[in-house]
Design a protein around this ligand. Sequence first.
Ligand SMILES: Nc1nc2c(ncn2[C@@H]2O[C@H](COP(=O)(O)OP(=O)(O)OP(=O)(O)O)[C@@H](O)[C@H]2O)c(=O)[nH]1
Length: 132
Amino acid sequence: MARPSLWVFDVQRKITYKNLSTWYTELREFRPEIPCVVVANKIDADMKMTQKSFNFARKFSLPLYFVSAADGTNVVKLFNDAIRLAVSYKQNSRDFMDEVLQELENINLKQEEEEEMPDKEQPGRIQSPSPS
Ligand SMILES: Nc1nc2c(ncn2[C@@H]2O[C@H](COP(=O)(O)OP(=O)(O)OP(=O)(O)O)[C@@H](O)[C@H]2O)c(=O)[nH]1
């Protein structure tokens, strides 16, 4: 279970930025260590925004990416870096919640496998007679 958390906002709409600190603080109560990055999107529409440092990222010492989903600026870099952070986190994490989530994922995978390949010899299952 190694998923980075991407905090994306629209540089043209303050409302999409306003609550990030509150939500981030809530997340950290439960997941103190998962990697998080901040993404300022739509910079193509207002390049001046790339001069800003954005307090949310600064306050929590989070990496900040200026991207444009429309023209692709920094999108590949963002995902490459986020994946790198996730892999490194997965290799080094000692987070108890990760172990719990991993166990749950294992149970789900096992159930899915059983549903895909039901055991033919289950007790009580009626076997069709083989042709003689
Ligand atoms: N100029 C510009 N427009 C973008 C960019 N990314 C998304 N948009 C536009 O923003 C609008 C919303 O994009 P969606 O992909 O629907 O994103 P969403 O998060 O579902 O947005 P909401 O519906 O506002 O919650 C669309 O009209 C997109 O074309 C970008 O990087 N630059």
